[in-house]
Design a protein around this ligand. Structure first.
Ligand SMILES: N[C@@H](CC(=O)O)C(=O)O
Length: 473
């Protein structure tokens, strides 16, 4: 933590005048003005987004140093300052609310100021004495909010995906696959329209969920490919004014090395800066995942419902007492939690869609909202899926007797008789069974529709619930 002595100030000056800055602060006058202008949510920039911006500044300092645009000494000092922030230092200096100046200029200047002041200190100069290293002239050399921020959203998105969502999804898929194996032989009633349907295997329910998540993983990975094309180097309007001709290529190479993900400069910088389509694409893929996760969490809650008055075909692990008043009650809290996270992700996706279409001419100024909503979506989804896997999926047990009893009692078993006695006869059998409580078997025999042997062969729950042989090929 940085110690700020509020009793001591330094004076900083910008194009609007002079202000007192707390002497210990690494941010400067533009950040101070932004904190005063935007007391909106109290939510500070996500740490992954700060990392992304600082990684960009490190890469641009290296590239500009190599290309002779800033001195080697200044380049190295900025890189060292960036490394300190990336290692976790000075994190309390990123203080501008997420709802802030359009395009993200305030957060961007916050980064420029913190790095400039720390780099000055490393060279033995005073914070705020920007003669040798200026936030605008050196840390921001050849850059603009307008190319840095869309790049920071790309890098932040990629980092968050790699760190949280991709591993979380892979673990959830593995956990569901394990349960699918474990429950493969358990026959249960299918339900469509929430009414009795033909029998299925509990294991196949879990296999289907694993496949659904695996398909979403591919969709999100594919969408994230769009994030690897950078508009960095376009500076203010996509023309690259004030940049070295080699800079945009070199900076993309350096950033790739820094994050370990291949990145390229976009074929048209202006297009890459103006269009928010890559973010909409990733957010849309997240929404798509969220929608299926809500369905899966709802299925888990239904199948676990009870214990006395519901299905109770499966038991989710009890992880905490459920009720403040009803003793002995355990609720499916992990599944409830993930649904709420998914609703938030869908809300963010809607907000991102509004923001994405609000660009005008050379810039989309709504980027701060897109940055927060997209990266937060990825992170909360990743964290929620991890928590669900650890606290719920891996510990699910099955109530095979209950499953079988429902399967045996399901009127929809008559479906298997269709090809033998015809749909109308089968419907009459089902109706009589429901009215009289007699078993389907008894009624078929009483009506002389099939022989006992034939019936035993057809009403074989194992066979009826088996998946087609080549299903998982
Ligand atoms: N967003 C600013 C540019 C910048 O901050 O670099 C503008 O276009 O006015």
């Amino acid at each position: 933590m940085t110690e700020i002595d509020n009793a001591a100030y330094r004076i900083e000056k910008d194009s609007m005048g002079e202000r007192q800055i707390p002497a210990g602060a690494y941010y400067g006058i533009q950040t101070l003005r932004a904190t005063e202008n935007f007391p909106i949510s109290g939510i500070k920039p996500l740490s992954t987004y700060v990392d992304a911006g600082v990684l960009i500044k490190k890469a641009t300092a290296i590239a500009n140093g190599e290309l002779g645009c800033i001195s080697k000494e200044i380049s190295q000092a900025i890189v060292q300052a960036a490394d300190e922030v990336l290692s976790g230092k000075l994190r309390d200096q990123f203080v501008v609310d997420v709802y802030q100046a359009g395009a993200g200029t305030s957060h961007h200047m916050n980064i420029n100021e913190v790095l400039a002041n720390r780099a000055l200190e490393l060279l033995g100069d005073e914070k705020g004495n920007y003669k040798r290293i200026s936030p605008n002239d050196h840390v921001n050399y050849g850059q603009s909010t307008n190319d840095v921020i869309p790049t920071a959203i790309r890098i932040g998105g990629l980092l968050a995906l790699e760190k949280t969502l991709f591993p979380a999804l892979s673990d959830a898929i593995a956990a569901l696959d394990t349960k699918a194996e474990q429950f493969q032989d358990i026959v249960k009633s299918g339900r469509t329209h929430l009414q009795d349907a033909v029998p299925v295997r509990l294991g196949e329910n879990f296999r289907a969920w694993a496949q659904i998540l695996a398909d979403h993983l591919v969709r999100i990975e594919t969408a994230s490919g769009d994030l690897a094309l950078l508009g960095l180097g376009g500076s203010a309007a996509g023309t690259g004014l004030n940049t070295h001709p080699q800079y945009r290529f070199r900076v993309a190479e350096i950033l790739s090395e820094l994050i370990g993900i291949p990145l390229r400069t976009a074929p048209h910088l202006m297009a890459a800066m103006q269009s928010m389509a890559p973010f909409v694409n990733v957010s849309g893929a997240l929404r798509n995942l969220a929608q299926d996760l809500v369905k899966i969490s709802s299925d888990l809650r239904l199948m676990d419902s009870g214990p006395k008055t519901g299905f109770k075909e499966i038991q989710l692990p009890p992880v905490q007492p459920g009720s403040s008043i009803m003793p002995g009650k355990y609720n499916p809290v992990m599944a409830e939690m993930i649904s709420m996270v998914c609703f938030q992700v869908m809300g963010y996706d809607t907000a991102i869609a509004f923001a994405a279409q609000a660009g005008q001419l050379e810039l989309n100024v709504m980027m701060p909202l897109i940055a927060y909503d997209l990266i937060h979506s990825i992170e909360i989804l990743g964290n929620a899926i991890s928590a669900l896997t650890q606290q719920c999926l891996v510990g699910i047990t099955a109530n095979s007797d209950r499953c079988l009893a429902y399967a045996e009692g399901s009127l929809a078993l008559v479906t298997a008789l269709n090809t033998h006695i015809g749909y109308l006869n089968a419907a009459a059998v089902a109706k009589e069974s429901l009215e009289t409580g007699k078993s389907l078997r008894q009624i078929v025999l009483e009506r002389g529709l099939m022989s006992a042997e034939e019936l035993a062969q057809v009403l074989d729950l194992e066979k009826m619930s088996a998946m087609p042989v080549n299903n998982s090929d």
